[in-house]
Write a protein of this length. Sequence first.
Length: 275
Amino acid sequence: MIGVANWVANRFLGVGPGDLLNPEPAQTGLENPARNLREIANEMRVQAIAPDTGEVNYSKLVESQSYARFKTMTRALPSCTKEDLGNRDQQIAFWINLYNALILHGVIHYNISGSMLRDIGFFRRVAYDVGGMRFSADDIEHGVLRGNRRHPYFPFPQFAMNDPRLMMSIEHPDPRIHFALVCGARSCPPISSYGGEDLEQQLDKAAATFINGIGVRHDPDERTLYLSRIFKWYAGDFGGTEDTLRLVESYYDGPGDIKGARVRYLPYDWSVNAA
C-alpha cells in the first residue's frame, strides 16, 4: 500500500526514479563522504550564508570552491554504506548535513526562486543516490531522521516495511532535528553544520537559537505564545502539545513567563531564503 501510494504521488508530481542530483557513475578513490561532509558544509556556510539572517547568496555559492568540492563528494555517495556513516550520532549529523546541502543543491539546480512551494514536488524530486538507493529530501527527513514517520500531509510512513532504505532509518529519533533541518524557506531555522562528536551540544544550541529567534514570539500583554508551525506539524515528534510547551519553556529565555499562555501559530514564510 505504501509503495503504491508513493508511486502514485510521484507520478502525479512528475517525479521519476532517475531524478538524481548525483547521476554520474560512482567515483572510486574519493574520501568517505561521512568524514568530510561537515567540513565542506561549514565551508559553504562561511562562504555564502549570512550568519545573522541565514540568507543564502546562491550566486556566490555556485561559484565557490566549497560547492564544487561538495558536488565532487556527492559522486562518492553511491558507494557509501551504513557502516561508513559511523555511530548513531554520526549518522544523524551526516543526514542533517546532507539534507541541508541537498536543498541548496536543488535550489540551484532547478533555479527555484520566489517560493519553495513553486514546485510542489521539490522535496520528492531533489535526491541523491546513497549506497545505491535513491534518497529524496522527504526520504531523508521523514524516512531516516524521523524514524520512518509519515509526512504531515501524507497518511502513511515514508518507507514500506520491505523498503531497503529502511535500514538507514534512525531509531528513537531526536525531535530537535527540526531545529537543524533547513528546507530553504525564510521561516526555517538558520543553517549550521553538525558532527557526531558534539551532536548533543549542537542540537541544544540549534533549539535555543530557533526558540529564542524566529521560532517563538511571546506577547505578555495578551498572554499569548506564538509558535512556528513546525511545532504544529510535528507535535507528535515532540510528544504532544504539553511536551512541546515544556520543551519550549526549557529553552526560552525571552521576556515574561510563558507558562499558561494560550498558543497560536505563526504564518510560515515559504519565500526562498536568498540574499
